[in-house]
Design a protein around this ligand. Structure first.
Ligand SMILES: [Cu+2]
Length: 301
């Protein structure tokens, strides 16, 4: 951590966060709301890592930590700001159960991307707020941590049999293929697609065992899947008594899922997301929570 605390301010002093925010802003419309989202942000993280490695050879996204006392330069000189959307903390976002359920159900890159981009991606940006909810979100070091986690999810999904899956379109409506150029960088999507051999691969979930791939069909009464089997014994517990309260029941080993916060209109407009697609995804997420709660599922997270 000390190494990171050492490197990040030096990178900032020498203008690298300004550079990264500049690119992110310049390409904003090309890299959000379409299937360039995952490849571009992976390429971007790699850029960030390579810059950090100029200062410290051991620098990588998997050891990122918080930074403080930084000034940001773009779009104007200001102190880096955060504005949590719930006072001292951030609103509930999306549970591991929801994330793993979409990862297990989605066979299409386009669908997987929407399920991540319109849920956990946006809610964490908005929950942290300040610079993180602007076009210049890479000003905030936590951007890299957040996107490293999203990239980890993409990598895990890829490793579940979707290694070379690209089936969506870019901002111009052209199909994104492995040979498509990544905006700004111009190297090919495919180069950053085969995760296993790439040097920038981030460590995935520290599960000791592979997750079970039990499909969860929303609305069914089937037992929900164990999302990440190594993360705790008895992760899923079914209460055999009748539920009488909606409050979290931590003492019995878990708590009910909380409905996630929705993306704001300004966030949707800023990204020019297709509103009906966003509404569909958010509706499904709400239904997922209701379904899980209706079968008395208790989350250990
Ligand atoms: Cu972005």
């Amino acid at each position: 951590m000390d190494r990171i605390a050492n490197v990040a301010p030096r990178m900032n002093d020498e203008g690298w966060f300004q550079y990264l925010s500049y690119i992110h802003n310049a390409e904003f419309g090309n890299i959000h709301g379409n299937d360039m989202f995952f490849p571009w942000h992976r390429r971007f993280l790699r850029d960030f890592e390579e810059i950090g490695q100029r200062y410290d050879g051991g620098f990588c996204c998997s050891i990122l930590g918080p930074h403080g006392r930084m000034d940001a330069i773009v779009p104007n000189n200001h102190c880096l700001s955060r504005a949590f959307d719930r006072g001292g903390g951030i609103q509930p976002w999306y549970s591991p159960e929801y994330i793993y359920s979409v990862m297990q159900r989605d066979g299409s890159m386009n669908s997987f991307r929407q399920h991540i981009e319109f849920t956990i991606h946006g809610s964490v940006h908005l929950g942290i707020g300040g610079d993180m909810s602007t076009y210049w979100s890479p000003n905030d070091f936590i951007f890299m941590l957040h996107h490293a986690n999203l990239d980890r999810l993409w990598q895990q999904w890829q490793n579940w049999g979707h290694q070379m899956t690209m089936d969506g379109r870019d901002s111009r409506g052209n199909w994104v293929g492995l040979g498509s150029p990544i905006p700004h960088y111009n190297d090919e999507v495919g180069f950053y697609h085969a995760t296993r051999r790439q040097p920038h691969v981030l460590p995935v979930c520290r599960c000791r065992r592979r997750p079970r791939y039990e499909l969860l069909s929303v609305g069914s009464q089937r037992k929900p899947p164990v999302a990440c089997a190594g993360q705790g014994q008895g992760m899923m517990k079914q209460r055999n008594t009748t539920r009488t309260t909606m409050s979290p029941n931590i003492s019995s080993g878990g708590q009910m899922l909380v409905p996630p916060t929705k993306l704001t209109d300004s966030w949707i407009n800023m990204h020019r997301f297709d509103r009906s697609s966003v509404n569909k995804v958010m509706q499904e997420a709400q239904e997922f929570v209701s379904d899980m709660n209706s079968v008395n599922y208790l989350s250990p997270f």
